[in-house]
Design a protein. Sequence first.
Length: 131
Amino acid sequence: MAQKRFIIGLGIAAVVLAGAVVFFYYQPNAGRFTENRGGANQPLPSNPELERQYEQQLAAILKPFWAGNNPTGIKSKILELHAPGKYLDLHLSIVLAFDLIEQGQQAADQATIEQGLEKLNQLKAGYRWLE
């Protein structure tokens, strides 16, 4: 009887061990989430149609600002856009520039406003379609 229990216990232990090995070492989809670590060096997938739409929408949002330098509501409109991977850095930079302008207006700090305007002018020079 003791020998039978020993064999059954050994069999159960073997099945559990085999299950653990399969669980920890054989995960075919696990790499899907970790392959892109440090993704700064890997290009994001391109979607030309989304990029064209983003360019048009962003240019339309900025048009009133370029005409009158009134930043009211511009940042929130930009935040509503879906930026394609190609323009993520640009998107963040524009939002941060408008944030500087808003902060400067709230604090009556002309230097901060100028800092935001300078950043926008640099971006406009780099992305001619923003005009």
